[in-house]
Design a protein around this ligand. Structure first.
Ligand SMILES: [Zn+2]
Length: 143
């Protein structure tokens, strides 16, 4: 692999900062889903038990996973409108983050390449000390 052109790194970095800026501007977020529901109540004489039935609703139901458990929350029309926005924000935030991650995947090796005291990658580095250091924990320029 050739040495990374600085221009390439620069344009990636610019895009990355743009994405980070967009992410910062995302409003409140909610991770979950919204559904419209019609219900039957417990009163046997209610119209919701008649034939044809007139069910109650529609109700808005927000469903989310909290600590691995599914949690429902009933919402009014106004609340549902807010949640709709928050859910859209959440989707936006996640897609921005995914794009940032993909960009960072490209950027990291380029940045490492520009680094003057990069660790040799292959073949395996000569042993500097008697005890081998774990890769993840190795401190930079520790000599
Ligand atoms: Zn009813």
């Amino acid at each position: 692999m050739d040495r990374a052109p600085a221009v390439e790194v620069e344009s990636y970095e610019r895009r990355y900062r743009d994405l980070a800026g967009e992410l910062a501007a995302v409003g409140y977020i909610a991770s979950g889903s919204l559904a419209r529901r019609y219900n039957r109540c417990g009163k046997p004489r209610c119209a919701c038990h008649a034939d044809p039935a007139r069910l109650h609703g529609p109700y808005w139901l927000f469903t989310a996973k909290v600590n691995g458990k599914t949690v429902n929350r009933r919402l009014s029309e106004d609340e549902a409108a807010l949640y709709e926005q928050w859910i859209a924000n959440d989707r936006k935030a996640r897609s921005l983050l995914a794009e940032m991650r993909a960009l960072a995947d490209k950027l990291r090796p380029l940045i490492l390449e520009q680094h003057p005291d990069q660790a040799p990658r292959s073949p395996e580095p000569k042993r500097r000390r008697s005890s081998p250091q774990p890769r993840a924990a190795s401190s930079r320029g520790g000599s």
